[in-house]
Design a protein around this ligand. Structure first.
Ligand code: AGP
Length: 362
């Protein structure tokens, strides 16, 4: 029962849950591996993935952001086209569905009404559904054909942290399992790479003082903030912005570096905080160009880069992990930035205003 979960020595559930992420990675590795070190997934799920000609990921909020990362895994590794949809919008302009669609619902709580409405609809249409959730007995789990469990342990803070990284890890495993089932040769061992991620997360969660200092330098008094990234860093910048706004009430926006010049750069003033992610080699040069553009307009910009891609004045350097899995580590300092920004503003970190942990109304 969630009410039995204690904060222990932690001041907030959110901080505890951020710290639990390396443990959750290792738990997922254990749960999804058999004694022969092969991936352990329900054969029926494997079949459903293999049979699909297109996958429709349906989710809300942070789970939607995890879905954006999952799309990359499934397309790049398993070679199945994927669409990711915000649950509340899906029914208004339902896409033309492929012949053999598989719907994948991503939901920490498994109770999100917007996602359930889509599930009910697509089940009426006769399509198969897989739910990826932290609560196996939940509505979305019971009403779908298949369930994958996140094994993240109860998440109490309204701001989702460990569920996001668990969702991404499980999606990586699912993508690799599907690729192998389809006979695709991969140069990517998910368990080995997740072990590296778990260690990197431990390094990151031990750097709280550094992040707290960065928060003071960049976000102490600001009313707004921007997160920028290209490629998968863009996906994570959306999540960084959501975390910051929901608990610190700083108006935050995440957007693609290349889109700056198409409008958003007009908002940059002297002192505007811009947090740029640089974890991908192929866009390292171009995202740094964006940083120069905003700095030239007075922004207070900081770069969070990945080891190997770092430059001298980067504010924070992440330990190196596989290029596909960088969201699992780049999100951690963003979670901590949001946490400290909220703390410094005396906000109710675990129970932000106007929000509920699971949104059971449409
Ligand atoms: C995340 O920090 C949010 N509080 C929220 O966006 C959440 O991810 C969303 O409501 C979806 O919830 P679910 O994963 O339980 O479906």
């Amino acid at each position: 029962d969630a009410s039995d979960i204690e904060k222990g020595t932690y001041p907030h559930f959110m901080l505890k849950e951020i710290d639990e992420q390396p443990i959750v990675m290792r738990k997922i590795m254990k749960e999804y591996q058999n004694d022969n070190n092969d991936l352990k997934l329900d054969a029926t799920i494997r079949q459903a993935m293999k049979a699909a000609d297109r996958i429709y990921i349906i989710a809300a909020g942070t789970s939607y952001h995890a879905g954006l990362v999952g799309k990359e895994f499934i397309e790049k590794l398993a070679k199945i086209p994927v669409e990711v949809h915000v649950a509340s919008e899906f029914s208004y302009n339902m896409p033309l569905l492929s012949e053999k669609p598989l719907f994948v619902f991503i939901s920490q709580s498994g109770e999100t009404a917007d996602s359930r409405a889509v599930l009910v609809k697509i089940k009426e249409m006769g399509h198969p559904a897989l739910t990826i959730t932290n609560v196996p007995g939940s509505t979305l789990s019971r009403e779908a054909d298949y369930t994958l469990h996140l094994h993240a342990g109860p998440e109490i803070a309204v701001a989702s942290t460990k569920a996001y990284t668990a969702q991404i890890a499980v999606l990586a495993i699912l993508a690799v399992d599907t690729a192998r089932a389809k006979g695709i040769e991969l140069d990517f061992d998910p368990m080995q790479e997740l072990a590296i991620v778990a260690n990197a997360m431990e390094v990151l969660t031990a750097q709280k003082e550094t992040i707290e200092q960065i928060t003071r330098n960049y976000l102490a008094t600001t009313r707004n903030a921007f997160f920028i990234g290209r490629s998968t860093d863009f996906n994570v910048s959306l999540e960084g912005a959501l975390k910051l706004k929901e608990i610190s009430y700083i108006q935050a926006e995440g957007f693609a570096g290349g889109e700056l010049k198409h409008g958003t750069i007009a908002l940059i003033e002297k002192g505007t905080p811009v947090i740029a992610l640089a974890t991908q080699e192929n866009v390292n040069y171009s995202i740094r160009g964006n940083v120069q553009e905003v700095v030239a307009r007075g922004a207070n910009a900081m770069v969070i880069s990945m080891k190997g891609l770092e430059q001298d004045d980067d504010a924070f350097v992440l330990p190196q992990v596989h290029e596909l899995l960088t969201p699992l580590v780049s999100v951690v300092p963003l979670q901590l930035l949001a946490y400290y920004a909220a703390l410094h503003r005396d906000c109710d970190v675990d129970k932000p205003r106007n929000l509920a942990k699971s949104v059971t109304v449409e």
